[in-house]
Design a protein around this ligand. Structure first.
Ligand code: S3P
Length: 168
């Protein structure tokens, strides 16, 4: 039984890598954002718009904690902010939890996120120059929480296959 939790900034590859590891080792994969969307019957974008970020953060934390307590064998991709609110980072070091930080550089994140902004309410409104500035500051603030993970895997210039192999 394994509780594998993937954490990291938006665009660090949590979902793609989680799905790939799931196929390789036969442990079911879940994406916390998708679970929240199912619970709320709405998209993350709409939840932010209609109910605001504070509502989202509370829901995210409740859903994460419930999931962790009620499941035994899984790979779970968190949202980029999950481990940075409501002391959720403390859960990353629980016995039985294998927490892995997918560490991407600012350059990699800017490159990826400039093409994938629309579904992400925190960055959807930023142009490319603003995006880099935003990521630099945000990543600096969040680094403390990400580094609470038990393991860190650098993801720059590596394929999903290579990163998955390293984690496995
Ligand atoms: C967020 C990351 C998103 C999603 C929401 C907020 C964040 O998940 O939870 O838009 O605060 O970094 P991804 O990391 O999967 O994009």
């Amino acid at each position: 039984m394994k509780k594998i939790v993937l954490i990291g900034y938006m665009g660090s590859g949590k979902s793609k890598i989680g799905e790939n590891i799931s196929k390789n080792i036969g442990i079911p994969f879940y994406d916390l954002d998708e679970i929240i969307e199912n619970v709320e019957q709405d998209t993350i974008k709409n939840i932010f718009q209609a109910k605001g970020e504070v509502f989202f953060r509370k829901k995210e934390s409740v859903v994460f904690r419930e999931f962790l307590n009620n499941n035994d064998n899984f790979i779970l991709a968190l949202g980029g902010g999950t481990s940075c609110y409501a002391n959720n980072h403390e859960l990353l070091n629980q016995d039985g939890v294998v927490s892995i930080y997918l560490k991407a550089s600012i350059a990699t994140l800017v490159e990826r996120l400039s093409k994938e902004k629309s579904k992400r309410p925190l960055i959807a409104h930023l142009n490319d120059a603003e995006l880099e500035d935003y990521i630099r500051k945000h990543l600096f603030d969040r680094g403390y929480y990400y580094l609470q993970a038990k393991h860190t895997v650098a993801v720059d210039n590596k394929s999903v296959k290579e990163i998955s192999a390293e984690i496995e």
